[in-house]
Write a protein that binds this ligand. Structure first.
Ligand code: ATP
Ligand code: MG
Length: 251
C-alpha cells in the first residue's frame, strides 16, 4: 500500500467580526491508495473544512497537504488545475451542476476536459447514469427540472466521469432517501473495489460501514482512527467494532 494523501500539522482558522475561530488545530492523517476513508465527528467539528483542505479547494494556515509525495501548496496554478480536474472528483451536498446545461451536457462537459473522444465520454456517462438509475429522459432535463435526489446522483456521475484517483464526498447521501442513498453507496463501493480512493464525510453509521477506515474528528483534531476492514453486508464484528469506537468518543 502506498500513501496517496497526507496531512501534517494542518491548521486553519476562520475570522468573523475580528474574532478568530481555530477550526483545524493540527490534523495529522494518512490516506492509503485505494482506501475508502470515512470522516465522522459531531457537527461543527471541522469535517467539511478538513475535506476542503485535503482537496486543495481551500487554503490552510499552516502545515502540509502532500499528494503522492508532493506538497500541493507548491503546485503552480496550472498544476493545481490539472490536479483538481484529473485526479480529484468532488461530491458535495449541494451538487453544483450548471443550470444552463442539461444533466447530460453537465457530465459530458466535465468529461471533455480530460478526454478527447466524445464517444468515449458519452459511453462512460451512459454506464454511470445507468448505475444511479438516471434515465435518458432525465438526462435531457436541466438541473432545475429534476428532483433533489436526481440532481445529487447526476452530480455524482459528474464527479466520477474522469476516473479520479481520489473522490471527496461530503455527506453524499445526506439529501437522499434510503434506496437512493443505497444506490450512491453501491456506486462508491464499486469504485473503491476498482482501486480508486474515497474520502467521505458522513453522520450516518450505515454509510460509514461502507468504508474500511473511519477517522473521528473532534474539536479540530484527529480523535481516533478505526480500521474496520473491507465492507461485507452482514459482518456484525465490523459493526460492533465501529459502534464501540464511536461510543468511546461520545458519538
Ligand atoms: N466560511 C466560514 N467562515 C467562518 N466560519 C466557518 C466557515 N466555514 C466553517 N466555519 C466554522 O468552522 C467550524 C467547522 O465547520 P465545518 O463546516 O468544517 O463543520 P462540520 O464538521 O463539517 O459540521 P457539519 O457536520 O455540521 O457539516 C464551524 O464552527 C463553522 O461555523
Ligand atoms: Mg460539514
Amino acid at each position: 500500500m502506498s500513501t496517496i494523501l497526507r496531512a501534517e500539522g494542518v491548521k486553519k482558522s476562520y475570522s468573523v467580526d475580528r474574532r478568530k475561530q481555530e477550526v483545524l488545530k493540527g490534523i495529522e492523517l494518512e490516506i492509503e491508495k485505494g482506501d475508502f476513508t470515512v470522516i465522522m465527528g459531531s457537527s461543527g467539528a471541522g469535517k467539511s473544512t478538513l475535506l476542503y483542505a485535503l482537496s486543495g479547494m481551500d487554503n490552510i494556515d499552516s502545515g502540509k497537504i502532500i499528494f503522492v509525495g508532493e506538497e500541493i501548496e507548491n503546485y503552480s496554478p496550472d498544476k493545481m488545475a490539472v490536479f483538481r480536474r484529473e485526479h480529484c472528483g468532488f461530491v458535495f451536498q449541494q451538487n453544483n451542476l450548471l443550470d444552463s446545461m442539461s444533466i447530460l451536457d453537465n457530465v459530458a462537459a466535465a468529461g471533455m476536459l480530460c478526454t478527447k473522444s466524445k464517444r468515449e465520454v458519452l459511453e462512460k456517462a451512459a454506464r454511470l447514469f445507468e448505475k444511479v438509475n438516471i434515465s435518458k429522459e432525465i438526462q435531457k432535463k436541466f438541473p432545475g427540472q429534476v428532483s433533489g435526489g436526481e440532481a445529487q446522483r447526476a452530480g455524482i456521475v459528474r464527479a466520477l466521469i474522469n476516473n479520479p484517483d481520489v473522490v471527496f464526498a461530503d455527506e453524499p447521501t445526506g439529501s437522499l432517501d434510503y434506496s437512493n442513498g443505497q444506490v450512491v453507496l453501491d456506486l462508491l463501493t464499486d469504485i473503491h473495489k476498482s482501486g480508486q480512493s474515497i474520502i467521505m464525510v458522513t453522520h450516518d453509521i450505515r454509510s460509514a460501514f461502507r468504508g474500511n477506515k473511519v477517522i473521528f474528528v473532534r474539536d479540530g483534531l484527529v480523535g481516533g482512527i478505526c480500521d474496520i476492514g473491507e465492507y461485507e453486508e452482514s459482518n456484525s464484528e465490523r459493526k460492533e467494532k465501529l459502534r464501540d469506537f464511536l461510543e468511546k468518543r461520545g458519538w
